[in-house]
Design a protein around this ligand. Structure first.
Ligand code: SAH
Ligand code: DHB
Ligand code: MG
Length: 256
């Protein structure tokens, strides 16, 4: 199967097979091709290891009903974020890019008593869906959702806060990743974990001549990362129900 897929990879933009593949998906990229086992394996893993949860399931249903794009992390990716937060013992988490709050719920549930997630969202409709989803999950106290462009909110947070974040998840617009990464370092300490979503982009990340601002944002971020002495980082490619993409995970090793 893998061999066959590697010879059949069509050019094209990322497609998502989350809700089942369609003929249209065939033109949109390798990751959406109906013969890939990725979505079925994600389902298999999720059925085994990610028990249904009323608040998380409702967050996805309500987000879809409100017309939000189906671009939340997958259930098994949400659980990965939660596991990393727990492994690290994170009490203060920053998320850039809330959408309907699905990843926010996963992260907030990793917090010890008294811990907090600050999550940044620029779209008022996304923010209002997220607020309802977070309230339904009983997380009003532990999550602070800040409406506004992240690049306007981040300087306010830096000014207001007396302490760094333990974990930062960067998942807003991809053209902005270089600037979000710089802010993440400002808001970090030695030992902070920074995770960046969507850094492989169906493989387009290796296309230096790409005109896609998202690809250029990821590439510029990678150059910064390669030259950054204060972090130790790696990137893992992922496949699944959202297609072919990846995460960068890093540890701040010298006080940022
Ligand atoms: N983390 C979410 C998905 C986020 S999708 C999850 O996995 O469940 C990206 C979100 O970033 C969208 O809701 C989009 O409105 C928001 N966004 C885009 N540009 C932004 C900006 N400049 N500032 C803040 N949020 C932004
Ligand atoms: C998009 C954004 C995301 O955060 C993601 O995980 C997938 C897709 C997007 O803007 O298309
Ligand atoms: Mg993402």
């Amino acid at each position: 199967m893998a061999e066959r897929m590697s010879t059949q990879m069509p050019a094209g933009k990322n497609g998502r097979a989350r809700n089942g593949s369609t003929r249209r998906d065939l033109r949109r990229g390798w990751s959406a091709m109906p013969e890939t086992p990725w979505s079925a394996v994600d389902q298999y893993i999720t059925d085994l290891l990610v028990p249904p949860d009323a608040a998380l399931d409702a967050a996805l249903l309500e987000s879809a009903a409100a017309g939000l794009p189906a671009i939340s992390v997958t259930p098994n990716q949400g659980k990965l974020l939660q596991l990393i937060a727990r492994i690290q013992g994170a009490r203060d988490i920053l998320e850039i890019g809330t959408l309907g709050g699905y990843s926010t719920i996963w992260l907030a549930r990793a917090l010890p008593a008294g811990g907090r997630v600050v999550t940044l969202e620029s779209d008022p409709k996304h923010a209002s869906v997220a607020r309802a989803n977070l309230a339904r999950a009983g997380l009003e106290e532990s999550v602070e959702l800040r409406l506004g462009l992240a690049l306007e909110t981040l300087p306010l947070i830096a000014r207001e806060r007396g302490r760094p974040f333990d974990l930062i998840f960067i998942d807003a617009d991809k053209a902005g990743i270089p600037k979000y990464f710089a802010w993440a370092l400002t808001l970090s300490r030695t030992g902070t974990v920074i995770i960046v979503d969507n850094v492989v982009r169906n493989g387009a990340v290796i296309d230096a001549s790409s005109a896609d601002p998202s690809v250029q944002g990821v590439r510029r971020f990678n150059e910064m990362l390669a030259a950054e002495p204060r972090v130790s980082a790696t990137t893992i490619q992922t496949v699944g129900s959202k297609g072919y993409d990846g995460f960068t995970i890093m540890l701040v090793t010298k006080g940022a």
